[in-house]
Write a protein that binds this ligand. Structure first.
Ligand SMILES: [Zn+2]
Length: 472
């Protein structure tokens, strides 16, 4: 019964893209799924297929994509002053994934310069990006979006068993990321879980909450940016916490490059079975992606169209090439301040061949390798920010989070600056060289505060509270 109704709604979601979705119908499905779980203890077979939706079928995908793109651009041309200009002269009814490439990409600078020209419906909530570089982008969301997205997420997480009634989620995101925080809070409400919006407070305080010291309830789920989670690892270790003191089942990270070493450290330090590295970006909501066991990034094709644009040519990247992730969320999933061909500046590598993993039905690229402006083209070849972080993160003598900077110098050689009070430049050079990264290394013996000032990360956007005086 549940399978049938979920399948019907999924197909309806994909086909009836011409108008807004019925949020209550999706919420009812979540409730039905929870009842089924309560009664039968499981949701039956092929729930993964259900959760992946009809776009997961490659034969159906192309046709659905073209139709979804056409509906999206028609609405943009009608409602968005920015896109009315940009789409003038384009045959919107004939648009396909092939001809889409003739429309220029949209960049962050466009959103910053002309925010009002992107508005297509009444705004309800503004959310702000929390990156460490450049001016933040403000994205307006409608009430419909803020109700629909959590309902869709709740349906997926219940079908997959990721969140269960009775769970407690600790949210360590910055309070300025209002959309992400609100989404998590609503998902917990729909699933019957509880949540604690802790924010990016000093890490020792978050660790106390994870231990259940505040109200005796230990969180089972934790969400935050990788650099903040890295600070939690360091804090928990210095407080001498054991993994069995925590009640965490899953940790969800996103928004920054997360290394294998940090993934393992989170698992070991907090005893969590699952450490998920999710892709999500305010500008692209509700499109998101998950990382599989083979460390691909699988981006959900149901709610948006994803392209990888070659770093050198700007054209769709061939197999095994580096390119910038460019995404178009579909109407009616995105309605208030939608973007078309939004160039994220995040670099990935296209896969050379089919993905052979548990998420193979969902299109995949490599994990995010860094920002386009930070891809290092040395005389010896390309080095990505991820290449460096994967080598250095978790090395004894380099505390989590890794504080560093890299750049190519005039002689074509990579220069890496890193904060450490224990390692020498020769030791770091050797580590990098063992992974074929030839670099001139400078080690700066900074204390934590100086290191944070010199090499800021998202975790440094700390929200102070009075109770933190005791840690000072
Ligand atoms: Zn995969």
């Amino acid at each position: 019964m549940l399978e049938t109704s979920v399948r019907q709604v999924r197909v309806a979601l994909a086909m009836v893209l011409g108008r807004r979705l019925n949020v209550r119908a999706v919420e009812r499905l979540v409730a039905d799924a929870l009842l089924t779980l309560q009664e039968f203890g499981s949701l039956g077979d092929d729930v993964d297929e259900l959760a992946d939706g009809p776009f997961a079928d490659p034969d159906e995908r192309r046709d659905l994509q073209n139709r979804a793109l056409q509906r999206t651009v028609r609405r943009l041309a009608k409602r968005s002053p920015f896109y009315r200009e940009r789409l003038a002269g384009t045959d919107l009814d004939a648009l396909t994934t092939e001809t889409l490439t003739s429309i220029p990409v949209t960049r962050k600078a466009d959103l910053i310069e002309r925010p009002a020209d992107f508005l297509c419906s009444s705004p309800y909530l503004v959310t702000q990006t929390t990156g460490t570089t450049g001016r933040p982008v403000q994205i307006w969301l409608s009430r419909y979006e803020m109700e629909l997205w959590p309902a869709l997420i709740a349906l997926s997480v219940v079908l997959r068993g990721d969140i269960r009634p009775g769970d407690r989620m600790q949210i360590n995101l910055s309070s300025r990321a209002t959309a992400a925080v609100q989404e998590d809070v609503e998902v917990c409400r729909l699933v019957g879980a509880s949540c604690h919006v802790v924010g990016q407070v000093p890490p020792e305080e978050s660790v106390e909450h994870l231990l259940g010291q505040a109200d005796g309830i230990r969180p089972t789920l934790l969400t935050g940016n990788p650099s903040y989670l890295a600070r939690l690892v360091t804090a928990a270790r210095s407080l001498g916490c054991r993994p069995d003191e925590f009640g965490l089942r899953s940790i969800y990270a996103g928004g920054e490059v997360m290394s294998r070493a940090l993934t393992e450290a989170l698992r070991d330090t907090f005893g969590a079975e699952t450490v998920g590295d999710n892709f999500g970006m305010t500008e692209l909501l509700p499109v998101g992606g998950r990382t599989c066991s083979r460390r691909h990034l699988h981006i959900d094709p149901n709610q948006g169209y994803t392209e990888v644009l070659d770093l050198d040519t700007g054209e769709p990247a061939g197999p095994g090439r580096l390119g910038e992730l460019t995404v178009t969320p579909y109407y009616p999933y995105r309605e208030c301040m939608p973007v078309l061909r939004y160039n994220t500046g995040d670099v990935v590598r296209t896969l050379d061949g089919e993905a052979d993993c548990e998420l193979a039905a969902v299109p995949a690229v490599s994990q995010i390798l860094g920002k386009a402006g930070q891809i290092h083209r040395t005389a010896d070849g390309v080095v990505t920010p991820r290449d460096i972080v994967e080598v250095l993160d978790g090395t004894p003598g380099l505390p989590f989070p890794l504080r560093h900077r890299a750049g190519v110098q005039g002689d074509g050689r990579l220069h890496v600056e890193v904060a450490s009070r224990e390692l020498s430049a020769a030791e770091v050079t050797k580590l990098l060289l063992a992974h074929d990264i030839d670099a001139r290394v400078t080690v700066l013996p900074l204390d934590d505060e100086e290191a944070a000032r010199r090499f800021p990360l998202r975790c440094d956007l700390l929200e102070r509270t009075f109770t933190t005086r005791s840690h000072a």
